[in-house]
Design a protein around this ligand. Structure first.
Ligand code: ZN
Length: 410
């Protein structure tokens, strides 16, 4: 274990803290109306940092102004390729007056770094960057390849990770650690999500003569009554999970009319309901599709003359699960024990992450593990505990070492 100690000797708490603060101070909220409000500045900073550290760097443009930065050490012909994954975009800070520390000042107070993105997830990204750089600084060669991915657009359509999955370096990935804030727990499962947009088409008419049209609004009532039984059926089809809440079906968007100005005396031509459907392992996307399809047919039967159709919004995000016996999970478990002196805690992620897409598209094992309270993302006064942050950098380094050295040297 001399080699791993040499790597750990290259990880300094003050540097992990300083790098996190540097990243938080570069705002990267994506605002479509503003050409300067995107991930490009923070990505340029990360690119320059990796080039200084002697990494091979590849920039992938997922969309205009929205680059992925991929940086790696080692050679894929020597062994497996492991990704340490983070995203560079952050959600809106809201009203800065609601914050007790300015959202992009990266104040250091009470053993915490405050700011938008401190936990979700510039802290995790900084920890991954320092962990990878420590191998090069220590002069410890890797058996295989260690890639750090700083990806764009996780908080939106996940364009960054979708782009990565289609690229040559993406297709070579064999496992990934998703550095999202999970209090350094090893999250082995993630809930999936399907956003189902159901559209009901009727026929426009005067409100005083409803018999002349077909009103698309009453069928929405029927749809809403079908939500609790749909949720029950999905729960019956799901595996019981130790770490995740059971599936949920939640109506989130309701619209009518879909075009033009709403008018009190006009029956609209169409209406729309979006269902946010959260899935746990054991339910396939085909099963969900069949359920919503039959929902649409029942609504049509109950309301003659209307047409009900649905489509999923965005990429499919299926639930993910890895077994405790996976080499990646064992490597991380070993790392947590070595770094913290305590047994690892296992958990699950209630939402989806870039890891969801990596697992769905590439079929590789993913574990979500990173610094920061899991409830803090997207809140005011977002922060990351310095202790968790510096632990995370060491956990990533030890886990990468263990995973890449392979079973024959373990
Ligand atoms: Zn995140």
């Amino acid at each position: 274990m001399k080699a791993i100690q040499k790597v750990l000797d290259q990880i300094h708490d003050a540097e992990v803290v300083a790098l996190t603060r540097d990243l938080v101070r570069i705002p990267s909220v994506y605002r479509p109306a503003d050409p300067d409000a995107n991930e490009s500045r923070v990505a340029a900073f990360i690119e320059a940092w990796f080039r200084r550290e002697g990494f091979t760097v590849e920039i992938q443009l997922a969309a205009p102004g929205r680059p992925n930065v991929l940086a790696w050490l080692g050679d894929a012909t020597d062994g497996p390729t492991l990704l340490l994954e983070g995203h560079t975009d952050v959600v809106t800070e809201g009203d800065p007056a609601d914050w007790s520390h300015p959202p992009f000042a990266a104040d250091l107070a009470d053993g915490r770094i405050y700011g938008r993105g401190a936990a979700d997830m510039k802290g995790g990204l900084a920890a991954a960057m320092i962990a990878a750089a420590a191998f090069r600084r220590a002069g410890i060669p890797l058996r295989g390849r260690l890639v750090v991915g700083a990806l764009a657009d996780e908080e939106g359509a996940m364009l960054g990770v979708c782009h990565l999955c289609r690229s040559p370096i993406g297709r070579q990935l064999q496992a990934a650690i998703i550095c999202e804030p999970e209090q350094n727990e090893l999250c082995l499962e993630q809930r999936g999500v399907v956003w189902a947009r159901v559209r009901i088409r009727g026929r426009m008419a005067h409100g005083a003569m409803p018999e002349a049209g077909t009103n698309p609004i009453p069928p929405i009532g029927t749809l809403l009554r079908e939500v609790p039984p749909l949720q029950r059926r999905l729960r019956q089809g799901a595996e019981r999970s130790r770490y995740l809440q059971p599936p949920t079906v939640t109506p989130t968007v309701l619209k009518a009319p879909l075009q033009g100005v709403p008018q009190a005396n006009v029956i609209p031509a169409a209406s729309e309901l979006i269902l946010d459907i959260r899935l746990t392992p054991g339910i396939g996307d085909d099963a969900v599709g069949r359920e919503i399809e039959s929902l649409c047919r029942r609504v049509e039967v109950a309301h003659p003359g209307i047409k009900a159709e649905w489509e999923p919004l965005g990429a499919l995000r299926l639930p993910t699960k890895v077994a405790r016996e996976e080499p990646l999970v064992r490597a991380l478990g070993f790392a947590v024990k070595k770094v913290t002196g305590k047994a690892p805690r296992y958990g699950g992620v209630p939402g989806s992450t870039d890891g969801t897409i990596l697992h769905t598209e590439l079929g590789i094992p993913i574990v979500t593990c990173g610094p920061g309270n899991r409830l803090i993302p997207h809140q005011v006064d977002e922060h990351v505990e310095v202790r968790e942050l510096t632990d995370a950098a060491r956990i990533y380094a030890v886990a990468a070492f263990k995973f890449l050295e392979g079973p024959e040297r373990a």
